[in-house]
Ligand binder design. Structure first.
Ligand SMILES: [Cu+2]
Length: 189
């Protein structure tokens, strides 16, 4: 039921969606409507964003769904099936800036590492570690959505899209809270 609501919300987006800089860059490089028709033409935008930075005890993490055609766009920062590993120092405040570059509804939830992969219904691992706002309309493509939380417990977690079926389809990556890391980092397997 909730899934249906989300879909309806997504489709209710006005034609003149507001695009942020990243959204414009993505549209310019891959073409929004060309994604399904030309999967072989997958190309990252010319300039790769800086995915993570650390300022003192604050880690800034940028996540973009549909950034390129990886996993048919069901991915974060061009990575799916756990292949991006974001590591943050234990105790850091994590400020996530999330943008959805495509019209398919997506969101970000950081949850305990688990299989099988869940859909909606798993509480975030940390208070505030989600961009999902029940009942709220889906933000337009490229509109920044923020999630802020404290990485208060060391361990391995997952960054998932909570739209039912998406994480199971590979729309998840790995999030590690490290007691030894000094700065946030990101690697791709
Ligand atoms: Cu999704």
């Amino acid at each position: 039921m909730r899934f249906m609501t989300r879909v309806a919300d997504g489709r209710r987006l006005p034609g003149g969606v507001v695009l942020g800089v990243a959204g414009v860059a993505l549209l310019g490089s891959t073409g929004l409507l060309g994604m399904a028709a030309h999967p072989a033409a997958a190309a990252s935008p010319a300039k790769t964003p800086t995915w993570v930075t650390t300022t003192g005890k604050v880690a800034h993490l940028t996540l973009i769904s549909g950034w390129n055609n990886a996993n048919a766009g069901f991915s974060f920062n061009g990575a799916a099936h756990g292949k991006m590993v974001v590591t943050v120092p234990l105790g850091d405040k994590v400020v996530v800036t999330y943008k959805n570059a495509v019209s398919v509804p997506h969101d970000v939830d950081i949850i305990p590492y688990q299989t099988p992969l869940p859909g909606r219904g798993v509480a975030p691992a940390f208070r505030g570690a989600t961009t999902y706002k029940p009942g709220a309309p889906m933000p337009g493509m490229g509109v920044p959505q923020m999630a802020t939380f404290v990485a208060a417990k060391a361990g391995r977690y997952m960054i998932i899209c909570g739209v039912p079926g998406h994480a199971a389809g590979g729309m998840w990556d790995t999030f590690v809270v490290s007691p030894t890391a000094k700065v946030a980092s990101v690697t791709f397997k």
